[in-house]
Design a binder for this molecule. Structure first.
Ligand code: SF4
Length: 324
């Protein structure tokens, strides 16, 4: 088992397949984009599979593929097919643009849970947040997943003065759709010009929703390792949730580890320390002790970030180079 000093068992691995993306979301990708690096810096298909097998042999039961945008990787289908042979739950987080090309692969690989990023229900605003105009394609692909009875979560990063006016519209959107909308508090990463004056807290969002939906707001049970606090509106097909890493962290039940596309392990989303597994693996070293040591050294809370002020001082990667 991969366990830390706080007895948290880590059985959920998030693997970033690439730092490339076909969107330029303002809270994720620096305006100028990020410096593209040689392919040899990144895990090959075989290396992704070998890493995954090692983590699974240490007790990992769920793997989520992330990016950048994982589906822009040319061998994404092969990676999905290889990983689907492992005794795990396989899931993916995508921006939804290329989904239509992968629905059959998801079905044949047993991928049932798909997270799609969508920060606005308004085309113009979507285009300004993502700096691209794929709104119709993304929303049509979400509808195809729903028609295909996939478990669809829609992730929306809520930023004051940008899309906080749509929180209740997203909740209304769950009335006739079996979609699970997750509002994410704006988090600091390198290059995203974060300051909490742009943030909308869990409390602020719930005040908006309770003001609009009153007693129809129902608290749902949260899973043991859930990052989100789950709710529903009476008689709505879908549900909504809030992920409050900034104002109300949920680290005491954290079971997550991250592997970046260049093969570095992060024991926490906010940890600035990383363990280079890829170089070790390419040198023929046993990476298991490195994995166990990294998690054993994990901080209790947010990689050691205790206060808002700490957030402003922390050194981390860009979001696109971690994969959320
Ligand atoms: S901030 Fe770090 S420790 Fe807390 S839940 Fe996220 S990954 Fe886990």
């Amino acid at each position: 088992m991969i366990i830390d000093q706080y007895n948290r068992v880590h059985d959920y691995l998030r693997i970033s397949l690439t730092e490339r993306c076909n969107l330029r979301c303002s809270y994720c990708m620096p305006e100028e984009g990020i410096k593209l690096r040689p392919r040899s810096d990144f895990m090959s298909l075989e290396e992704v599979v070998t890493m995954a097998q090692t983590f699974v042999s240490l007790g990992v039961q769920k793997i989520r593929l992330t990016g950048g945008e994982p589906l822009v990787r040319k061998d994404a289908k092969e990676i999905l097919q290889e990983l689907s042979k492992l005794p795990i739950e396989l899931a993916i987080t995508t921006n939804g643009i290329l989904l239509n090309e992968y629905i059959d692969t998801f079905r044949s690989c047993g991928v049932r849970s798909i997270n799609v990023s969508l920060d606005s229900l308004q085309e113009e605003k979507f285009n300004s947040i993502t700096r691209r105009d794929y709104f119709k394609r993304v929303t049509a692909n979400i509808q195809s997943l729903l028609n295909g009875k996939f478990h669809v979560k829609v992730n929306a990063v809520v930023i004051k003065g940008v899309n906080d006016d749509e929180v209740c519209d997203f909740v209304s959107w769950t009335r006739d759709r079996n979609v699970h909308v997750r509002f994410i508090e704006f988090m600091p990463f390198q290059g995203n010009k974060w300051d909490w004056s742009k943030g909308v807290s869990f409390k602020d969002m719930m005040t908006k929703i309770e003001t609009r939906f009153g007693n129809n707001v129902i608290k749902l049970d949260d899973g043991k390792n859930d990052t989100a606090k789950n709710f529903a509106i009476a008689n709505h097909l879908g549900t909504f949730a809030i992920i409050s890493s900034v104002t109300n962290p949920f680290c005491d039940t954290c079971n997550r580890i991250r592997l970046t596309a260049d093969g570095k392990m992060k024991n926490c989303l906010f940890s600035s320390s990383e363990t280079d597994l890829l170089t070790a693996m390419r040198a023929g070293e046993d990476i298991e002790p490195l994995i166990l040591k990294s998690v054993w050294g994990k901080k209790a809370l947010r990689g050691g970030i205790e206060t808002m002020e700490d957030f402003t001082k922390q050194k981390n990667r860009t979001m696109v180079a971690i994969g959320g």
